[in-house]
Design a protein. Structure first.
Length: 265
């Protein structure tokens, strides 16, 4: 007789430097693969783990949401504790909650937030968490350009051609924010979902605008006329998945605040 499975919502943080992104791959180390291995060791071969989306290789996460399907009588906090014992040191379950049988980490997610960190100076520390630039950025012009991203746009220019063959290039951007600290320029982008490499190419273009290699008018043109922007792809190590949103009130509250905190520096 098969044991009844239960579904749990997991809140994760991970350092993506050793991983080829979220999605399980047979020939590479991934976040999903590591979670499945730990859950399988505890609860058998019938486990399933699904995330709120995919991340590129090398990208980090502060509050990534996944759900676990497993046949277990363990309490949520015990699931988190036992899985954390088995997980690699750079993947951590912050919290586990019981979820309804129809909860799906990706399908029920209505918004996602990414944060990118650009270092304004050379640093001996945190190189795995920033894009270190050798020249100053004109942050005011970057802010002006970022405002052009808000709304529904065609982001064909900001992903690879094979992606567009499989899914629509239309994405709703709720907020695009550029902030500055003594040592960092921070770029936050909140949207319904994101295409492969999209956030990294948006940041790369904004950085090029900040260095006066491009203009806001160029960005506006990229949103209207498909071009190859692969040379402007920002490195993965500066990108953090920040939060996933599951109700409109939570999303609206987040969008109403302009507060940005660096992830690590």
């Amino acid at each position: 007789m098969e044991r009844k499975t239960h579904r749990f919502k997991l809140l994760l943080e991970f350092d993506g430097r050793r991983y080829s992104g979220w999605q399980k791959q047979d020939d590479a180390r991934t976040i999903q693969g590591s979670l499945l291995a730990a859950a399988g060791e505890l609860y058998g071969n019938g486990v399933d783990v699904q995330g709120n989306g995919r991340t590129d290789g090398g990208v980090h996460a502060m509050q990534f949401v996944a759900h676990l399907e497993a046949a277990t009588a363990d309490a949520p906090q015990e699931i988190a504790r036992r899985m954390n014992v088995l997980l690699p040191h750079d993947i951590n379950i912050l919290e586990a909650q019981k979820a309804g049988p129809r909860f799906h980490a990706r399908h029920n997610c209505i918004g996602r937030s990414y944060l990118y960190q650009l270092a304004k100076r050379r640093t001996a520390f945190c190189k795995g968490y920033v894009w270190q630039l050798d020249e100053p950025l004109k942050v005011g012009v970057m802010r002006q350009a970022a405002e052009l991203l808000v709304g529904m746009h065609d982001f064909t220019s900001f992903t690879d051609r094979q992606v567009i063959k499989k899914k629509s290039p239309l994405v709703m951007i709720n907020k695009a924010q550029v902030a500055e600290t003594d040592d960092l320029v921070l770029v936050r982008i909140v949207g319904s979902h994101f295409l492969w490499k999209m956030v990294r190419r948006l940041v790369g273009v904004l950085a090029a605008i900040g260095r006066e290699q491009l203009t806001p008018a160029d960005l506006e043109r990229f949103l209207q006329e498909p071009v190859n922007l692969s040379l402007f792809t920002a490195p993965a190590q500066g990108l953090f998945f920040e939060r996933a949103f599951y109700n409109q009130e939570e999303l609206d509250s987040f969008l109403a605040s302009d507060a940005i905190r660096p992830c690590f520096f």
